[in-house]
Design a protein around this ligand. Structure first.
Ligand code: BDR
Ligand code: CA
Length: 315
């Protein structure tokens, strides 16, 4: 049976793993119609995340893609960045040329609002790969769009893996917990890719060599990103490679059968200094709080890398 591609907006703070997600989406036009890529402050400040977004899209060759800049800081807090993971530029590793693609003049949040109002209700899926600032800001500015979103599939949070930026919190949620709270309480159907699943998709040597073995520019760059990115987590966790967090969001939209999770209640801690940004996930169903998210816990990692490599080969 044929189906029309699903319309998505990618909200991102690249980041090498964000880059894999963007490339996977742009390489999959039969599955996904990327209406726009919106940068947010996160791994590095906004001027770098928007620049990196343009570099990545330009590398893909899909230069008709529209790229926007959204919010340059969290709703209520000072920006926390992650150069210790992603390098000074946010996209350290291979040298990429300065992009020639333009940045759209419209603010990214305006773009999200306008698109949700223009497209038929429940036909646009939001794919946040960084702090949830832009999405929350759109919902605050235009409450009428909340009920029009088809689904939000996001990378963020953790339960069994607990935290990566603090002992209790995952980076994307920690950076803007107030924004995360708005999104998790919005009533929009949510699919969450926490560290519990992303720590299972590791860039092992064989997988990175499969990227390199594509013998294309995209394959070479992808391998060099993975080479750079993995060092941090390999040292920290003693793992066989780096976790490719963000492309799980896009892979889920293409091949949901690769993933398994539970429909559960997830709340965001916004008060405690010690556990700020924690995703309090009722995995074991010990409260009667209503489910608000499909919280993913496992993945067919080989299937995920096969899909990613096969799609990158097209670019
Ligand atoms: C998330 O934080 C960022 O560093 C990555 O790009 C990913 O989105 C993982 O905690
Ligand atoms: Ca990210």
């Amino acid at each position: 049976m044929t189906h029309s591609p699903r319309k998505i907006i990618i909200d991102t703070d690249p980041g090498q793993d964000d880059a894999f997600a963007i490339l996977l989406a742009l390489a999959s036009p039969e599955d996904l119609d990327v209406l726009g890529v919106v940068a947010v402050a996160g791994n590095v400040p906004l001027p770098l995340t928007e620049l990196n977004s343009r570099k990545i899209v330009e590398l893909s060759g899909k230069t008709a893609t529209k790229i926007f800049a959204g919010c340059d800081r969290p709703l209520k807090r000072k920006l926390v960045t992650a150069e210790h993971v992603h390098g000074k530029t946010g996209l350290d590793g291979p040298d990429l040329p300065a992009p020639t693609m333009p940045l759209q003049t419209q603010h990214g949040v305006e773009f999200i609002i306008e698109t949700l109002r223009r497209e038929p209700a429940h036909t646009v899926t939001l794919c946040p790969l960084g702090p949830l600032t832009n999405i929350a800001q759109a919902f605050l500015q235009a409450p009428d769009v909340v009920g029009r979103v088809q689904q939000i599939v996001l990378m963020g949070g953790a339960y069994f893996e607990v935290g990566n930026i603090t002992p209790a919190a995952e980076f994307n949620i920690y950076v803007d917990p107030e924004a995360a709270e708005i999104v998790f309480k919005s009533g929009v159907p949510l699919v969450v890719m926490p560290l519990d699943v992303t720590h299972k998709v590791l860039t092992t040597r064989a997988r990175v060599e499969a990227f390199r073995g594509l013998n294309t520019e995209v394959g070479r760059v992808a391998a060099e990103w993975a080479d750079f990115f993995e060092r941090f987590d390999m040292e920290k966790y003693g793992s066989d490679g780096g976790p490719l967090h963000d492309p799980t969001v896009i892979a889920y939209l293409i091949r949901p059968d690769l993933f398994k999770g539970r429909h559960i209640n997830v709340e965001i801690e916004t008060q405690s200094d010690l556990t700020l940004g924690m995703t309090v996930a009722d995995w074991w169903g010990v409260t009667n709080r209503p489910a608000n998210a499909l919280f993913i816990g496992s993945v067919d990692a080989d299937g995920f890398f096969d899909l990613l490599t096969e799609r990158l080969a097209r670019l």
